[in-house]
Design a protein around this ligand. Structure first.
Ligand code: FES
Length: 152
């Protein structure tokens, strides 16, 4: 390894003091544990970001999604985000960040990526801030009874 433990510790301290609240999470989430310095090892996302989930998959209970807020969920093993911008209007997106494929988290009316700080609009998936180059991928959903399910 090229860096000394002391340098690594100082770098971590510098990052920790300069970063926002998510700084420690960013270090934990995207630091390459192999020590190669490669950017090619984001958290395992598989092909979840490119392949839409099949129709009819359960996403969440409609009652669990607050009006004006959002929740984290899983569809067919893939992390997704569900929001209800207006009463009765639900939207869902892949939770795979378009920057380096970290898993983005629900944060009220926004989605936050813990790795490099990208912020997305929970109503549209659009990038509000950060390095993410593209909006989050939308997922087609519909309400079936009390449940939100994927649509075709
Ligand atoms: S992976 Fe870099 S901001 Fe999300």
């Amino acid at each position: 390894m090229a860096t000394s433990p002391d340098l690594t510790r100082r770098a971590a301290i510098a990052l920790g003091s300069a970063g926002a609240i998510g700084g420690a999470l960013a270090l934990a989430g995207c630091t390459d544990a192999s020590g190669t310095g490669s950017d090619s090892a984001p958290p395992a996302a598989g092909d979840a970001s490119s392949a839409p989930p099949p129709a009819g998959e359960q996403v969440a209970a409609a009652a669990d999604v607050p009006v004006g807020g959002s929740i984290d969920a899983t569809v067919a093993g893939a992390p997704v985000l569900v929001a209800q911008p207006k009463a009765g209007e639900y939207v869902a997106f892949s939770a795979i960040c378009t920057h380096q494929q970290c898993v983005v988290a629900a944060a009220g009316a926004e989605f936050h990526c813990p790795c490099h700080g990208s912020i997305y609009d929970a109503a549209t998936g659009d990038v509000l801030a950060g390095p993410a180059p593209e909006p989050l991928s939308p997922i087609k959903i519909e309400v079936a009874g009390d449940e939100i399910v994927t649509a075709s």
